[in-house]
Design a protein around this ligand. Structure first.
Ligand code: AMP
Length: 223
């Protein structure tokens, strides 16, 4: 029998886990859109919509946008035709209340296979990956002193392969900032992980391997 269930994926993982790359692979292989609530909100802010104006009041302080606004925005998004075969959520649900609203949505509760996938990486590895990132302030290329080493140096400084500019460490990738981002990740993800475990939809993949190996584990779960 042909499986006609929608594939609904919730992707979880700390910064540096490669969520963005895996989201792109999943989107391509399973033909489902990548729905990032942060991106939709930023887009609404840029366009000055009523939702954007309201959301900005919270986002500029780093606070979460109220649950009722988020859920209406998500319900609206999944009505679009590209969500007919499923969707990949990134940044949603964000807390237990949103998780309950998520499972109550008709889109999720009807004819769907729901998989929450946690890309698991120990904190030390996240710190190791991100603190080795280097960024070109001119052409925005990203390097990594372990995985994608720039070819040229000038004294102690690394230079961009594309444009020759001196590479820098982004504020986001400084060790103290990384530790703070990890704390925020753990504080928000742990209740979600507990919730998805209770619902029997949590899958954990080993993130300390190549991008291809991580994707193979994800395909095994989704197929
Ligand atoms: P992100 O791009 O996922 O890091 O989100 C950027 C900002 O958008 C967050 O700091 C929140 O203010 C807001 N945001 C994104 N997704 C949600 C959500 N599911 N619930 C509440 N606020 C959100």
């Amino acid at each position: 029998m042909i499986d006609t269930k929608k594939r609904i994926v919730v992707l979880l993982g700390p910064p540096g886990a490669g969520k963005g790359t895996q989201a792109a692979y999943i989107k391509e292989k399973f033909h489902i859109p990548h729905i990032s609530t942060g991106e939709i909100l930023r887009d609404n802010i840029d366009k000055g919509t009523p939702l954007g104006i309201e959301a900005h009041k919270f986002m500029h302080k780093g606070d979460l946008v109220p649950d009722d606004l988020i859920i209406e925005m998500v319900k609206d998004r999944v009505r679009q035709p590209d969500c007919a075969e499923g969707a990949l959520f990134d940044g949603f649900p964000r807390n237990e209340e949103q998780s309950e609203m998520f499972f109550d949505m008709e889109y999720v509760s009807t004819n769907a296979k729901v998989c929450a996938i946690l890309i698991d990486i120990p904190d030390e590895e996240v710190i190791n990956r991100l603190s080795n990132r280097r960024y070109c302030p001119s052409c925005k290329s990203i390097y990594n002193l372990i995985y994608k080493v720039p070819k040229n140096k000038d004294g102690d400084s690394y230079l961009c392969d594309n444009c020759g500019s001196e590479l820098v460490i982004r504020d986001d990738d400084k060790v103290e900032t990384i530790k703070n981002r990890l704390k925020v990740f753990h504080d928000t993800a742990e209740p979600l992980i507990a919730y998805f475990t209770k619902k029997n939809v949590l899958h954990i993949v080993d993130g300390i391997t190549s991008l291809e190996e991580v994707f193979k584990q994800i395909v095994n779960i989704l197929e």
